[in-house]
Every structure is written in C-alpha cells, then in structure tokens.
Design a protein around this ligand. Structure first.
Ligand code: GLN
Length: 489
C-alpha cells in the first residue's frame, strides 16, 4: 500500500492527512519501510529511532482525531541533518568527536517543527562538521547519490538530499555555510533553499562558521519548501544574529506574485569551468523566463567571481578554528584513552576525534588569525567580503533576482575530488559568495545531463525577499516537469 506515497509532495500528503485518507502512522511507517529497504545502498542516515517516530505519528493522529490538528506539517515526517539538535537523539555532526553525544535540548527549528506537529525523522549524514561538498568527509560512511550510486550526493548536507531524493523522507532540513543545501539539492534533483542570514534561528545548530551558517529546507517542490520555511523562519531571542523580519505566508504568496520580473544574469558565471551541458540547461531556463515576459539583463559581479573562494576559505576557516576549540575532550566530545595528563588530553583527543579535512581547516584558520597574519589575511578578507556584497547590492538596483548555475558540473564520482581539496573548494564557486553577502538562494531542478544526472538552477534573491524568490522559482517549476521525476532504486 505504501510506496505510492513516497514521492508525493508534502503539500499533497498534507491534504491526504487532512482528508483522513491516510494516517500519520501509515505514512511514517511507509517512510520507515522505505528507509529499511534502500538505505543500505544510499546510506543517507546516520541513525533513526523508529519507535520514537511512530510515537510522534500516533500523537499526530490523536490530535487530528480530536479536531486539534496543528497545520500543514502535522503528522508529516521531516528528516534532520545530524548537525541540528534534537533533544534525546544523537548529535554527531558525522564526527568521531561527537560519535556518542546525545543532545540535551532542541534547536529552535526543531522546537518549531514539534510545535507544528511534524514527525522528526532520523539523523542525516553529512560532511564532518559540515566541511565539504560531497559527504565523503563523514567519519562514518559516504552517502551515495540515489540517481547513480557511484556518485556523490553533494554536500555537506548530502544525507538530507539523498534521503528526500530516495523517497526516505518527504522533507528535510539541512544547513548551508557555502552551498551545503543548494549544491546537494541540485545534485539530487530537489528544491533547496538557503534563507537570508538571520531569517532562521541558528540556536541549536552546531556552529561551523557562525557569520555564514543558515538552516534551510530540502523539498520536492517550491511549494513544499515554502511550507517548511514558513514553520522554521522568524525571530528568535536565543540567537543574537536572528533578525526580526516579518514572516509572510510563503505558500500563499506564491500565487499572489505572478511576475513578470527583471532578472539578472551575472556574466562572470558563464565563463570557463562551467560544464557545457550544465550551461545549456541554465541558458534554457533563462530563455524560459524571457519568453514568459521577464526582462533579462546581463549584470557583472567582478569581485564575487574572482575572490569569493579565497575570501570564503579564509573567513570560514578562521571562524571554524574558533568554534571547534570547544571540542577538547574535557567539556565536550571524544576523550583519548591514551592521554596521560591534561595537555595530552587536548592533543590526543583532538588528534583522534577530528578527520583530515576538519584538521586542515583548523590549521588554516588558526594561521590566518595568528598575529602577523591577521591583517594580511583575515582583516583583508573581511574588507573584500564587504565589496562582494556591494557587487550584489549594485546588481539589485537594476534587477529583482539573479539567475545562475548552482555548481559547475552535475554530481561527480565518489573518490574523484576527495583527495584534491583545491578541486573540491573550486566546485563551490557559484554558491559561496551568496553566503558571504548574506543573501537568500534557491536551487530548482532545471534538467538532466545525457547521463541522467539532475541539474539545478540557482536563483539569488534580495535580503529577506524569500517570498519573491520562491515565487520566481515557482513560476519556473510550473512550466516544467523535472521535479516530478525520481530515481529508480
Ligand atoms: N563546501 C563548502 C565547504 O566545504 C560549503 C559547506 C557548507 O555549506 N557547509 O565549506
């Protein structure tokens, strides 16, 4: 009975729940069964708690029976990246450092999901501490791309993307510091949204680079992303960088904003390095908007194109070296059994607990913050960061949003880049400047390569204009059927 529900949109599933055509226990049971059937191959999950999920589902069914259903998400499973705190569940960040850590509290987004009645479903694999673009940096196991199991699902939120793409969850939450929602969404044929910095609370999100990190939704459709964003967005006094922006009904706004729009195409994003098939799909999407009456303008983002990677890998590593100092084997995390004295505990616990990419970044970040180098690297990177933001704000004086690729290629092979950090970093070229500028960005499926791999279109919006951004993405989705396809497993 169950498999027919696995690839329906969350909006459709919510209607079936509301019409009592299906119960949350049946639905949650279907996703549990699917996960048991396919996750041995996909490996999207670090862990899941079947009994807990079914208990949440029973509570949702009881509320509905009593006429007390809480809204669209009530009774719907939502997968959660293993970097977001869920009280009483593991919170590993896919690191040996936190392999045995159980979260004592809920992140704000988790609490909001609970308040909305969602069934919190599983802990999803990722690159260790969200550092990476392929989910191969997980200390536990790599995740496979459901469209081709020999390829990466993207990263760092690869488990979240793969779980939704494989029909193991209808929705998921990830985090995006430099592309970690948008790039896996594009590799797995999903919608993925990185909100404006400050729109979604970071309370209970394990920090990687605090001035860049944002939590956001993975979904099958733009409407589903709008539904999930509406639940998690909004001011939170527990996060000092949370901004008191109004939270409209994003789902309803999709229909209130028919366009046409003025859309910018950054000319630097179509130069060398962009795969031909990906470029073709993005250009076809631009043509679609033009034919639907939008005005398309070429814009220029010279600093974003030339300096984003260098600036990001200075600022992100600097922040991570500071944020990860707390894992010392004393207050948190793995403690080496071989240590003989206090200093030895620090050395050995960190040496054993962190993987190679995390160590590389801590070393890089400590270096750029050290005296004598601080001004030359960190301070200068902060200044260029402002100039990159200025590039975008200048473009937004002319246009409503920007159209761009998400990544230079479709999903690459497992093992292809993991031993070449620079090649891996370069693949972030189109996503990281959006985090540096604090802007919202969405990935929407816009085609497939000849080899059958999904391609994503990135739409970049103005700060706190998620409603408009979602509407632009929705207009594209309405004219295409890419989002209705799913992989055969
Ligand atoms: N790939 C980027 C990095 O490795 C972005 C990661 C992220 O967004 N968490 O830092």
């Amino acid at each position: 009975m169950s498999s027919e529900f696995l690839f329906k949109s969350a909006g459709e599933l919510a209607s079936l729940l509301a019409e009592r055509k299906i119960s949350s226990v049946e639905l949650t049971g279907a996703f549990i069964a699917r996960t048991k059937a396919v996750d041995g191959r996909v490996k999207a999950f670090n862990s899941f708690d079947e009994a807990d999920a079914l208990a949440q589902a029973r509570a949702a069914d009881a509320r509905r029976a009593a006429g007390q259903a809480r809204g669209t998400l009530d009774g719907l499973p939502v997968g959660i990246k293993d970097v977001i705190a869920v009280a009483g569940q593991p919170l590993t960040c896919s690191s040996r450092m936190l392999a045995n850590f159980i979260s004592p509290y809920d992140a704000t987004v988790t609490r909001r999901l609970r308040d909305a009645g969602a069934v919190l479903w599983g802990r999803l694999n990722m690159d260790e501490f969200a550092m990476g673009s392929s989910t191969e940096n997980s200390a536990f196991h790599p995740t496979s791309n459901p469209w081709d199991l020999t390829r990466v699902p993207g990263g760092s939120s690869g488990g979240a993307a793969a779980a939704v793409a494989a029909g193991e969850a209808p929705l998921a939450l990830g985090s995006d510091t430099g592309g970690s929602i948008r790039q896996p969404a594009s590799f797995c044929g999903l919608v993925g949204l990185k909100p404006t910095y400050g729109l979604v609370s970071r309370y209970g999100l394990v920090a990687f680079a605090s001035s860049l990190d944002q939590i956001g939704p993975f979904a099958r459709t733009v409407e589903d992303a709008a539904i999930l964003l509406g639940v998690i967005a909004g001011h939170d006094p527990l996060d000092s960088t949370s901004y008191p922006a109004p939270v409209p009904d994003y789902r309803a706004e999709l229909r209130r904003r028919p366009g046409p729009w003025k859309l910018g195409v950054p000319k630097e994003y179509f130069s060398k390095g962009l795969d031909a098939e990906v470029g073709e799909a993005i250009r076809a999407a631009i043509e679609f908007y033009r034919k639907s009456g939008c005005e398309i303008r070429e814009v220029s983002l010279p600093l974003a194109a030339d300096y984003a990677i260098a600036v990001y890998y200075i600022i992100a590593t600097a922040e991570c070296s500071s944020n990860l100092a707390r894992y010392d084997g004393i207050r948190y995390g793995h403690r080496s059994a071989a240590a003989t004295d206090a200093i030895d505990i620090y050395f050995k616990s960190r040496a054993e607990g962190f993987g190679p990419e995390v160590k590389r970044r801590i070393i890089l970040g400590t270096h750029v913050l050290s005296s004598g180098y601080y001004d030359a690297y960190y301070l200068r990177a902060q200044k260029v960061r402002t100039l990159i933001r200025n590039d975008f704000m200048r473009a937004f004086q002319e246009v409503d949003a920007l159209l761009a690729p998400v990544a230079p290629t479709a999903a690459f092979k497992q093992g292809e880049k993991v031993f070449d950090p620079l090649a891996m970093y370069l693949s972030d070229i189109y996503t990281i400047s959006i985090n540096l500028a604090g802007l919202p960005g969405i990935s929407v499926p816009c085609g497939f390569t000849q080899g059958g791999l999904p391609i994503g279109l990135q739409i970049i919006g103005q700060p706190f204009q998620e409603a408009g951004l979602l509407a632009i993405a929705h207009a594209y989705e309405q004219g295409h059927d890419w989002h209705t396809k799913h992989p055969e497993l």
